[in-house]
Structure formats: C-alpha cells, structure tokens
Design a protein around this ligand. Structure first.
Ligand SMILES: Cc1cc2nc3c(=O)[nH]c(=O)nc-3n(C[C@H](O)[C@H](O)[C@H](O)COP(=O)(O)OP(=O)(O)OC[C@H]3O[C@@H](n4cnc5c(N)ncnc54)[C@H](O)[C@@H]3O)c2cc1C
Length: 385
C-alpha cells in the first residue's frame, strides 16, 4: 500500500492546479449566474487532455489510470463543480460503458470524438416514475429489422439539450424486470428525439438538467451498446466509477470551501483577536481537515482498484455516501466560520453549498448506496418490492 503520489501524479496535480487557477476560477461565478458554461470552455478541457484520460490511446484517450482522472477532477472542482462534473462524464459513466461493453466498431466510431470534445455524451436512466427503482423503467425499445423503435421520457438528464449523444437505458421488446433492460446510443439529430426543457435546479446550474423525449425514434441496431439479458449488475457496474468521480467533485468543492474559510477565519478579527485564536474554531478546522482526509482515502482506494475505469461497487458506494455527506458538513461549517459574509453572494461559499447539495441524490441516492453496502455486508439480495 502506497500513500504517496507518484512523480507523474504530482506533476499532473500541479499542472491542473495552474490550469484551474488561470482558466476556471475567474469564471466560475459567471457560469453559475449565466446558468451556462460555453462550449468553447468545455473544449479547453478536451484540449488539455482531461477528457478520455481513462480511455486507451488506441481510441484517442490518454491511457491513464482512473486515479489520475480523479486527481484532475478534484483539483478542478475546488474552483468549479460543474467543470469537474463535465470531466467525470467524459472519463467514467457512458464513455466507460462503451469502452467495456460496446462493440469494437462503436469504440472506434464514438470514443475518439468524446476524447477530443467533438461530441459530448449524457446518461439517460432516470424516468418520472423510475428513479431509485430503476428496474421499473418504461422507455421501450422495440426490435424491427435493422433498427429499434424507441419511445419514452427521461428526466434529470445532465447535459440534456447540450450534448450530441445520450446512452439511453431502455426496456427491450417488452421483457419485464431487470432482464429486459439494455443500453442504446441515441444521437440528438435522430428524428423523434426531443429536448423537452430544462429542470431549474438549486445548484450545478452551469450545466443543464433536463427532460428528453423519444417518439418513434429509429435507432440503428449498430448503436446497441449493452443488449438486454446481460446481468443487470454488469450493466450498472460501469456506473460505479461515475459515483467515484462524483465523489471527487464533492471532495473538491468541500476542499475549496475549507481553503477559503481557513484563510478568511485566520484574518478576520473579533474581540481583538483572530477568530482562529478561539479554540472552538481551531477544532472546527481540525475536524474539517480530518473529514477531508478520510474522504480522500476512500475515493483513492476505490479509484486505485479500478479495472478499465470500472470500480468496485462496495468501495464506490462507501466513498459516495461518506464523501457526499461529508462535503455538506464541511461546506456548511465553512459558511459558519465566515459568518454573515459566508452567507452572502459576494463569497463563493453559497454557490459551493448549492452545488454540493446534489451529491446525496445524483448518481443514486445515499439511501440506495447504503442498500448496496448492506447487501454486500449481509451477503444476500435485499429486494425492495
Ligand atoms: C443534479 C442531478 C443530476 C442527475 N443526473 C442524472 C443523469 O445524468 N442521468 C440520469 O439518468 N439521472 C440523473 N439524475 C437522477 C438521479 O439519478 C435520481 O435523482 C436518483 O436516482 C434518485 O431518484 P429520484 O430522484 O426519482 O428519487 P426517488 O427514487 O423518488 O427517491 C426519493 C427518496 O426516497 C428514497 N428511497 C427510494 N427508495 C428507497 C428505498 N428502497 N429505501 C430507502 N429509501 C428509498 C431515496 O433515497 C430518496 O431520498 C440526476 C439527479 C440530480 C439531482
């Protein structure tokens, strides 16, 4: 077991830190206020080599480890959560599903474009009546000769209306239960594919959360990434890394909030002393640092054990629950340390608090992650129906 960064990782962190300070930090407030991050900015992340870090060079990626991608995400998210999420989406999730479960033709056709930022990708799982109970999803894919006909609605899709591809989880040919679920790649130009509006969210506003509708969309069979009948657990395994990536965003935001509050509190004077001269505030900072360290180790453990950017389900869920809840506590304490100023929109902390709130929900709620952890502990299926 090695707790040190390699020389190459240290260099990657330093390079990313400089990039984030110059190219991201000055604009994070504007993207939040505009509720939009320009595509030209997203292109900078691809050009810097931050998309497809986990994808082999054969498919246009960087061929680096999942942990390397996590280190980049953490650094970026210290200044801007949505930028961190964009990098997650192009190193884990759908991209990794295509890498591990797609066909060779799909890998060659899709992955280089994702790595270069020529195309962006969303994951379309959640439906109005199928959130935590994902296996209840109803979006239907019906086989017809050389294509599938897709009908249904997805909501809360990150990047909806802004990304070329969506990996849509659908029920194939009416087969009930998990066995009927597979994943198919839909392009925004396919007739019948509609972006049906934005869901206004509390935080992470620079990237749209939205609704996608599919009306008789003809999707060629060559776009089938994961056929129905594959074990549902295998289908979902590519999503474990997405959870570790999301945890790294939450960690980065909390670290950013801590750094800001520490500097502020060490300068602010009340009762003729720095407020960090009061032991209660020293202990607050110490507790925050302990939680950040613990979170970091859980994320790094999950990322270090990744194979082709697929992480272990238990380790990913443990990291996601702890880090998403830790990040809320730490960001909240950062506001407390800065007093009323911390609550103002003059400081970045209120944005960080709004942004970090999503992580006990997005990517599978904390309760559902705990269910997965308990399943592993007890060693048996724990049906919810
Ligand atoms: C910012 C954001 C981005 C998102 N991005 C995407 C995306 O890109 N693609 C996508 O497909 N989805 C996305 N989602 C959706 C997300 O995956 C779902 O919100 C999540 O799975 C929970 O589903 P739900 O919101 O329908 O809540 P529900 O399933 O309705 O759950 C409501 C509450 O009940 C609890 N609950 C439900 N069942 C149980 C149970 N058996 N035991 C105990 N508690 C339970 C939940 O934990 C939760 O607290 C995103 C969500 C957010 C907030």
């Amino acid at each position: 077991m090695n707790f040190d960064y390699s020389t190459a990782q240290q260099a990657l962190i330093e390079k990313t830190r400089a990039f984030a300070l110059a190219e991201i930090a000055p604009f994070a407030v504007k993207w939040d206020q505009d509720e939009h991050i320009p595509r030209s900015q997203i292109q900078k992340y691809a050009d810097a080599g931050y998309f497809g870090m986990t994808i082999p060079t054969t498919y246009g990626g960087q061929g680096r480890s999942a942990l390397d991608a996590i280190l980049v995400i953490e650094e970026v998210a210290r200044h801007c959560g949505i930028s961190g999420r964009l990098i997650v989406d192009h190193n884990f999730g759908a991209a990794i599903t295509i890498l591990n479960f797609g066909t060779e033709e799909q890998r060659q056709r899709i992955l280089p474009d994702l790595c270069q930022g020529k195309a962006l990708i969303s994951i379309g799982m959640t439906e109005p009546d199928a959130g935590s109970a994902l296996t209840d999803l109803r979006t239907a894919a019906t086989s017809e000769k050389d294509h599938y006909i897709l009908n249904g609605t997805k909501h809360w899709i990150t990047g909806a209306g802004e990304r070329e591809y969506t990996l849509v989880y659908a029920r194939f040919d009416g087969v009930a239960g998990p066995k009927g679920i597979g994943a198919i790649l839909v392009h925004q130009d396919m007739p019948g594919f509609t972006y049906a509006g934005r869901i206004p969210s509390m935080g992470v506003r620079g990237v749209q959360e939205g609704i996608l509708e599919f009306h008789q969309v003809r999707v060629p069979k060559e776009n089938l990434v994961v056929p129905a009948g594959s074990a549902f657990g295998q289908l979902m395994s590519a999503y474990n890394g997405q959870r570790v990536g999301a945890s790294a965003v939450a960690l980065g935001i909390a670290q950013g909030a801590y750094d800001f509050a520490k500097n502020y509190a060490d300068q602010r004077q009340q009762f003729g002393k720095r407020i960090t001269d009061f032991q209660v505030n020293q202990f607050k900072l110490a507790d925050m640092a302990i939680e950040l360290d613990a979170a970091r180790f859980l994320i790094y453990r999950a990322a270090s054990h990744a194979k082709a950017a697929i992480t272990d389900r238990y380790e990913s869920s443990v990291a996601k629950v702890y880090v998403s809840e830790m990040a809320l506590r730490v960001t909240n304490e950062a506001i407390q340390l800065c007093g009323a100023q911390g609550y103002s929109r003059h400081l970045p902390l209120e944005r960080m608090m709004r942004d970090v709130r999503c992580f006990t929900l997005a990517g599978g709620s904390a309760e559902i992650q705990r269910l997965g952890i308990a399943t592993k502990i007890l060693g048996r299926a724990l049906p919810q129906h």
